[in-house]
Design a protein around this ligand. Structure first.
Ligand code: CP
Length: 325
């Protein structure tokens, strides 16, 4: 339920041409996206799920890393807004023949593309492109840095379930060091007034993360009983260049959320996961599918959130009002 209390943060006129990260957004800008997403969620509940907001616009998804949820969701969101959309994967592009990212992006833009959704293994790749492209750039995940639309859909899901984030205690468990989701979540949650505790093995917690305003613990038992929301993260094996914990089994024993551990939690605790879930490692299968889990709600909300982001960026470029037609 999205209640009036959550609307107390004032909505603002959206002016940004790009969405690069939640670090740079104000609480008002974040709430503007969430409120716009709420309108689009209403549209998605109708029999005719399409609106003409991006008719005549062209969106390209350029993914240099694998994706199921984000890529599909962006593609579908663009279609629901009536844009022309296509997806390119890095491995099928001329980058494998030695073309630079900048040349690739400029060639895509030369095809009169209005929005470029990019996922890249290097932190800062979308910010780099935003410096010299006229097309709107949307960060769909840059290395271990940020995944802003995942952060926004996580915020939206908590807001929808609880009506407000102010004063909620959110635990983020797992591989914080390599997680772009953790960083976007932390920026967004802190701006909307939540208390955040991160928990994981010392080797997977970045030194100095307290500077972002979060608390740190290495004991699941310290945080599970107090959390209103538990957000599990997968171990990002693909980014780890050294062995940072003894074994996956050992990790699951100390940091995996199980039914036994959930007995100590609040009865209405919300269990979240950005996906993909490694069942039986960070999260027991029965909890992923259980009554406290909102994992599939997150995916559904991602569609409305991405429609909202594309709608607002397009409106800013056109100089129009933010109200949804
Ligand atoms: N949450 C997320 O980014 O999932 P994908 O990697 O499947 O897009």
């Amino acid at each position: 339920m999205v209640e009036a209390e959550a609307d107390q943060i004032e909505r603002v006129k959206w002016t940004r041409p790009h969405l690069l990260g939640l670090e740079e957004l104000s609480a008002q800008e974040i709430m503007t996206i969430l409120q716009t997403a709420r309108s689009f969620k209403g549209v998605l509940g109708r029999e005719i799920k399409k609106v003409p907001a991006l008719r005549g616009r062209t969106v390209v998804n350029f993914f240099m890393e694998p994706s199921t949820r984000t890529r599909t969701s962006f593609e579908l969101a663009a279609k629901r807004l009536s844009a022309d959309v296509m997806s390119i994967s890095g491995s099928a592009s001329s980058i494998v023949k030695g073309e630079t990212l900048r040349d690739t992006a400029q060639n895509i833009e030369a095809l009169q593309v209005d929005m470029l959704v990019i996922r890249h293994s290097e932190a800062g790749a979308p910010h780099f492109l935003a410096k010299f492209l006229n097309a709107s750039i949307i960060n769909a995940g840059d290395g271990s840095h940020e995944h802003p639309t995942q952060g926004l859909l996580d915020l939206y899901t908590i807001w929808e379930k609880r009506g407000s984030l102010d004063g909620l205690h959110v635990a983020i468990l797992g591989d914080i060091l390599f997680s772009r989701v953790a960083r976007s979540d932390i920026w967004g949650l802190k701006k909307l007034g939540a208390k955040v505790t991160v928990c994981g093995p010392p080797t997977l917690i970045p030194p100095g993360i307290e500077r972002l305003g979060v608390e740190v613990t290495h004991e699941l038992g310290d945080i599970v009983p107090h959390a209103d929301v538990i957000n599990l993260l997968r171990i990002q094996h693909e980014r780890q260049k050294a062995i940072l914990f003894p074994s996956v089994g050992e990790y699951a024993r100390f940091f995996g959320l199980t039914s036994e551990r959930l007995k100590d939690a609040k009865k209405d605790v919300i269990i979240m996961h950005p996906g993909p879930v490694n069942r039986g490692v960070e999260l027991a299968s029965e909890l992923a599918d259980g009554p406290n889990s909102v994992i599939l709600d997150q995916v559904t909300n991602g569609l409305a959130v991405r429609m909202a982001v594309m709608f607002l960026l397009n409106r800013a470029r056109m100089g129009g009002e933010d109200e949804l037609d």
